[in-house]
Design a protein around this ligand. Structure first.
Ligand code: SF4
Length: 762
């Protein structure tokens, strides 16, 4: 029998600290995985469930968006995937009795970890205006409540429809259709907070906001640069691909402020060398860059490539690109001294990187939030594109851009039209297929939605999954904004903080998870997802649902649409709910690349979406070519006596979900309020390892934000750069501190000062 959830809240702020590790996975990962899975699911369910993760006849891992290889291993999951599955397939249940015992004010005092550990939601719950507790409510009444509030709005644009990256293609397509038939493009999503910068930069430069490599490309590359990414924790099975690439002769450059165990050495639990041996050393060259120095680094590398005879792929540049001269003039002006200052690197390190770049015929650059969450994230990623274009590294096997997505269907949701700024062609197709006039004005992204709620311009907040208040910046401002709403609604599998920070009225609508059988009037259904490399495949759950009262996400949207839109909608919502194949037929007619969707997704492993730059070196940009760009180089300026903070995840964490209180690879156990500081920086600030401090962020408007009670950990991070976990540090990031163009919160470059209160350290 699986263990009971914790009754008290065990979150401590006195973590144990030991030396960081230098290898990831191996036997400890297996032991950890099995322990967590057994605690949540019991032995039999663990075996039955984990063997179906990421299999062609199984369900898609609800963790990250890393793709599966065509040939699957029996255990095709990683430690973090197993944790995500265990949390969903848990035997723990949150019943109406739980809500009767816990007023909302009590739940609001609990940690996110404690809330998540209570188990699966089982019944629709309603918090009436002025009530202290959620109470059970029928689905019909729940839809009536949403309908009452939506139809009372002065304008459809007073509603916000948020989506998290777990939502399937089918549910996402219906959800955006419902929002647009209702009359708004207010469709913010978690992409706004992660890879929006990648989408903005790639759309402008190569014409499509998605990566250009497939898994086979990684295996064939000569050189892989992993910049601002920690795959050992955030996309663990990427390490298998890097291992395979290394065995094929690839070299790896890691560009990151922190050394990360997963990029040092990988002990693959799927083979004997990984289990019993030393594993595989992955990184050949570690560039321990200062936070935000990446654009300067790539700009200088570009200058050095330009100055090396024969290094530029002149045929590719001439035939396929635009804007070379202007870019080349800017790159030639790059300055060594300024680059060394911006990056914190030594000249020899950059020269070593250049030698590896020049020796490579096929280069891939992978990145994640370490590049996307800076004020100058978009020009940084454009500089990466310049770097790849210079040597013809887009549209060639073993080469390309590889933004690695962090939630299982975040890329698919955007493909399905979850976007506040939809392309006119998409709206035209929607209009033609469904015979209504979609709104054309742009809607609200995440940051703008919070402002609208804060200012009383948005009054209904509906979230299809996710944990909005924990994922977003400026926690106090965001929570106050949400509390101003008339109604907040969350379609969820598990309890989280967003359920306890509510509008005047609130609903929790419990839904099926990926692991569960989805039976509708038309028979058993499956859904589809798109991974980080544009591969679309089916996901079928097998477990009995956690409760008979759950509805699937597509069913929730269909019933809500029927209640809210009534006879004004000509869309066959009832038919969609019965048979998801009918939704896919419509997707096939609206979304390019999904032609013959039902037949192609029925093939084991699914199909790959077209990608013109990758497939045929065609670039659907405004110029019809791949665009070089020549933005000014930027990097964060840090005043004397201050440090630059990045927010990051622990190893026992997936996005905002906290699975446990350890960060094994970094040597942190049993606590989360830590700040990692270079020992020399700590010494300069008079901070011994183990003292407790407050982190205070300072802003040009004179405002300050404070996160109290963090234990100092001396850690080998880049000089001048601190690190601490989110969501605990989201409070330090103002709503307006966002990346230019993409509006992504710039959570990787927060200037802080550190204060040492005397009381805590007496
Ligand atoms: S790498 Fe990502 S998708 Fe794969 S099993 Fe791990 S968490 Fe799941």
């Amino acid at each position: 029998m699986a263990g009971k959830p914790p009754t008290g809240d065990p979150v401590q702020d006195a973590p144990d600290v030991s030396a960081p590790q230098h290898a990831a996975a191996g036997l400890p990962a297996i032991g950890h995985t099995l322990r967590i899975a057994r605690e949540q699911m019991g032995v039999r369910r663990t075996a039955l469930t984990l063997l179906k993760v990421n299999q062609k006849d199984g369900f898609d891992c609800p963790g990250c968006a890393w793709p599966e290889p065509d040939k699957r291993h029996a255990a095709e999951f990683c430690e973090n995937g197993a944790k995500a599955v265990a949390e969903e397939a848990t035997l723990r249940r949150v019943t109406p009795d739980f809500f009767a015992a816990h007023p909302v004010a009590d739940l609001a005092d609990r940690s996110g970890y404690w809330l998540g550990q209570q188990g699966r939601l089982t019944t629709p719950m309603y918090l009436a205006e002025g009530a202290e507790r959620y109470e059970p409510v029928s689905w019909e009444r729940a839809f009536d409540i949403v309908g009452e509030e939506l139809t009372a709005l002065a304008s459809p644009d007073e509603a916000v429809f948020y989506t998290s990256g777990r939502t399937s293609n089918e549910a996402a397509f219906l959800y955006q259709l419902f929002a647009r038939e209702f009359g708004t493009n207010n469709l913010p999503d978690c992409s706004n907070m992660c890879h929006e910068s990648s989408g903005s930069a790639l759309s402008e430069t190569i014409g499509i906001g998605k990566g250009s490599v497939l898994l086979e490309d990684l295996h064939q590359a000569d050189l892989i640069i992993v910049a601002g990414q920690n795959p050992g924790t955030n996309h663990p099975r990427m390490l298998s691909a890097l291992e395979k690439a290394k065995r094929g002769g690839a070299r790896i450059i890691t560009v990151n402020p922190l050394p990360e165990a997963g990029l040092e050495r990988f002990k693959n639990p799927q083979n004997a060398r990984g289990l019993a041996g030393a594993g595989t050393a992955l990184t050949d060259l570690f560039l321990q860059i200062r936070l935000g120095g990446d654009q300067a680094l790539f700009r200088l590398l570009n200058k050095l490539v330009l100055e090396t005879e024969g290094a530029v792929d002149t045929a590719f540049v001439a035939e396929h690109t635009h804007g070379f001269e202007e870019f080349a003039a800017a790159a030639r002006a790059a300055d060594w001294d300024e680059t060394l200052h911006a990056t914190g690197l030594a000249r020899e390190e950059i020269e070593a990187a250049l030698r590896m770049v020049l020796a490579s015929r096929r280069t891939i650059v992978c990145w994640a939030m370490g590049l996307t969450q800076h004020k100058h994230a978009v020009p940084t990623i454009k500089e990466v594109v310049n770097f790849l274009l210079l040597r013809g590294n887009i549209g060639r096997p073993g080469a390309g851009v590889c933004p690695v997505r962090g939630h299982s269907n975040v890329q698919g949701d955007r493909t399905m039209g979850i976007f506040e700024r939809p392309a006119p062609a998409f709206l035209d197709a929607l209009e033609k297929e469904f015979d209504f006039a979609p709104p054309r004005a742009h809607g609200l992204d995440v940051v703008r939605a919070i402002r609208a709620l804060r200012d009383g311009q948005a009054k209904v907040f509906f979230a299809m999954g996710g944990n909005f208040v924990a994922a977003t910046p400026d926690t106090d401002v965001t929570e106050a904004a949400i509390r101003r709403a008339r109604l907040t609604v969350h379609v969820s599998t598990k309890l989280n903080r967003s359920h306890v920070i509510t509008g005047a009225r609130a609903l929790i609508l419990p839904t099926l998870g990926r692991t569960e059988r989805d039976r509708q009037d038309g028979g058993d259904q499956f859904v589809t997802v798109e991974d980080s490399m544009g591969m679309v495949h089916a996901s079928r759950g097998r477990l009995a649902p956690a409760s008979p009262h759950l509805l699937s996400e597509p069913a929730i949207v269909c019933r809500l649409a029927r209640r809210v839109l009534g006879t004004a909608s000509r869309t066959p919502w009832e038919e969609f709910e019965k048979d998801y194949g009918t939704i896919r037929d419509r997707i096939a007619r609206v979304v390019p690349g999904f032609e013959d969707f039902n037949a192609r997704v029925a093939r084991p492993g699914g199909f790959t979406l077209p990608h013109a730059p990758r497939d045929s070196r065609r670039f659907p940009t405004a110029t019809g070519k791949a665009n070089f760009t020549a933005a000014a180089v930027e990097y964060p300026r840090v005043p004397e006596g201050r440090l630059l903070l990045q927010t990051l995840r622990s190893h026992d964490q997936y996005n905002t979900t906290i699975y446990g209180l350890d960060d094994r690879y970094r040597g942190i156990k049993n606590g989360r309020r830590v700040v990692l500081l270079h020992p020399d920086d700590a010494r300069d600030h008079g901070l011994a390892d183990g003292v407790y401090v407050d982190l205070v962020s300072e802003w040009t408007d004179g405002s300050e934000r404070r996160a109290p009670g963090f234990r100092v950990v001396h850690y080998p991070t880049a000089r001048g750069c601190a690190a601490a976990y989110y969501p605990e540090t989201n409070v330090l990031v103002p709503l307006d501190h966002t990346a230019d163009t993409s509006n992504t919160p710039a959570s990787k470059s927060v200037v802080i000062r550190i204060e040492q209160p005397t009381d805590r350290n007496d």
